[in-house]
Design a protein around this ligand. Structure first.
Ligand code: ADQ
Length: 489
């Protein structure tokens, strides 16, 4: 089971992502490579270590070239190799901030009017994907398996082939895939779709994303045949087979549950609850991004306080925002909008000894984050659109007391798994519905909360992130197409 033996992986695993799972920090003594704490690295590290694999990506802020010694040291300790790709300032701007975050990100989250279809971005996107492909080709062998992650790198497999490097490639999209009427707006829709078909396996978060992809394929490649349970596609002239699967990502359940169950954590959560005078704590934790629906959530809270006066002085909403993409003007505007709303709502409802909204704008340590998860009575996870949303899963995993409730957007990937399990599903655009769900969540009886949270936690435990890695690699290597069955969600 361990290390990918069961997957039929013969060579090494080569993971390719925009960011390496580390940060690069400049210290007086020189560059230092520090481990990141994401779920993806936790799940992939054992496979990479056991197969002697490698991870190719950038660090985001330059300096990679000067840091080769620290990278080598880190790789030696980790047991697999980290291979940095250095981007120029211009590449960072046009490939990352431009094509990835001003075109694909908004379009794939259904915000077509936020797209800036700048042709320069497209050219640079291809250049950088070529650069990644060259690095992959130069550092891998034919029997290695190349697993490419996310929308920044949809063209790597295509350029590998163009460069004459024969590799088996798989792709996983962490964000949603849009319906045809939205995807077709993309000026480079044919190129992007064809590039994705260069992989032997393309994986999505939900069955809905997979269905959208297949519908786009049917529009743009009318000769493509879609058949079988595993949705194998024979794409027209070139007669290639691509497996198209659904692999909902999970988290490292055990790590969250263990941290949350420690006595130190219980004390920290208790301190938070006392500071809020044992009021009902509503929690929102989001990266600063318009897809997360924070202003909409705040308006729903205002509506809840206005329409259900019994909630006043009884609930406190803690909104944690993680600074993100601060250089982009739109994100600055969003930050201003959120701050304005917080001030307005607090101005409207505050009385001596009670302020309805507490706003934290900073990164939290894993420890602090879990303390807030544990201390809160209700998590408000209401993105307008989200590939999966890990905060929803982390909240459940951390809720070892099984006393919390989850209000969840039906447009988060997680809703596909959670809808029958006791999450309160809402349309985040419907202010009054969200307001009523807040009220309902606050009034759930203890046994009801326990029953709901128990089911949710069981689901998060069973679908953890290492199972996700296994299911993707199993699908990639299953010999018979019949073995490759989509996951039912
Ligand atoms: P993201 O858009 O980043 O991920 P999400 O899935 O919610 O969204 O993950 C956010 C992560 O940041 C969580 O692991 C959370 O713990 C962490 N975090 C949040 N607030 C923090 C804070 N204040 N301090 C420190 N850490 C904080 C993309 C897609 C998602 C998809 C994931 C994984 O957009 O839909 O679920 O990839 O595939």
């Amino acid at each position: 089971e361990e290390g990918g033996e069961a997957h039929g992986l013969r060579g090494r695993l080569v993971v390719v992502s925009n960011r390496l799972p580390v940060t690069l920090a400049r210290k007086p003594s020189g560059w230092e490579v520090q481990a990141g704490a994401g779920g993806l690295v936790t799940a992939l590290a054992p496979v990479l270590r056991d197969r002697g694999g490698l991870w190719i990506g950038s660090c985001g802020q330059g300096g990679e070239a000067e840091a080769s010694a620290p990278f080598a040291r880190f790789s030696k300790e980790a047991g697999y190799r980290l291979l940095p790709v250095e981007l120029t300032g211009e590449e960072h701007r046009d490939y990352y901030e431009g094509f990835s975050n001003e075109i694909i990100w908004p379009l794939f989250h259904d915000f077509q009017s936020r797209c800036n279809f700048e042709p320069r971005y497209w050219n640079c996107y291809q250049e950088v994907n070529r650069k990644f492909a060259r690095t992959v080709a130069a550092n891998s062998r034919e029997d290695d398996y190349v697993w490419v992650h996310d929308y920044h790198l949809m063209h790597v497999a295509g350029f590998l082939r163009e460069q004459g490097a024969r590799r088996s490639c798989g792709f996983f999209l962490h964000i949603p895939f849009p319906a045809p009427d939205i995807f077709l707006k993309l000026p480079w829709r044919r190129q992007v779709l064809s590039a994705l078909l260069e992989h032997q396996l393309v994986g999505f978060q939900t069955l809905a994303d997979r269905r959208n992809f297949i519908r786009c394929l049917q529009v743009l490649h009318p000769r493509a045949e879609v058949w079988g349970r595993g949705c194998v596609v024979t794409a027209g002239v070139e007669e290639k087979s691509v497996r198209i699967g659904c692999f909902p990502i999970g988290i490292d359940y055990a790590a969250f549950a263990k941290l949350a169950a420690s006595p130190a954590m219980a004390a920290q959560a208790r301190a938070i609850r006392q500071a809020y005078r044992d009021r009902t704590i509503l929690l929102g934790v989001d990266r600063l991004d318009y897809s997360k629906g924070v202003p909409q959530r705040l308006r729903a809270l205002r509506s809840a306080l206005a329409r259900h006066p019994e909630l006043r002085e009884r609930v406190c909403h803690v909104q944690v925002l993680v600074p993100s993409r601060e250089g982009v003007g739109e994100y600055q505007e969003l930050k201003n909008e959120i701050e304005r709303l917080v001030t307005q709502i607090n101005g409207e409802f505050t009385v001596p000894g009670w302020v309805p909204i507490h706003h934290l704008y900073r990164n939290l340590s894993r420890q602090e984050l879990v303390a807030y998860y544990l201390a809160s009575d209700v998590a408000l996870v209401t993105p307008l659109r989200d590939g999966m949303n890990l905060v929803a899963k982390e909240y459940c995993a951390s809720n070892v007391t099984e006393t919390g409730a989850l209000v969840l957007s039906e447009f988060a990937g997680a809703a596909a798994q959670f809808q029958r399990l006791g999450a309160l599903l809402v349309n985040p655009y419907d202010t009054e519905e969200v307001a009523d769900a807040i009220k309902t969540a606050c009034c759930l009886s203890r046994p009801d909360r326990r029953m709901r949270m128990h089911k949710l936690r069981e689901n998060v435990r069973r679908s953890n992130v290492s199972g996700w890695v296994d299911s993707f690699l199993d699908a990639a290597f299953s010999r018979h197409l019949d073995d490759f069955a989509p996951i039912e969600t």
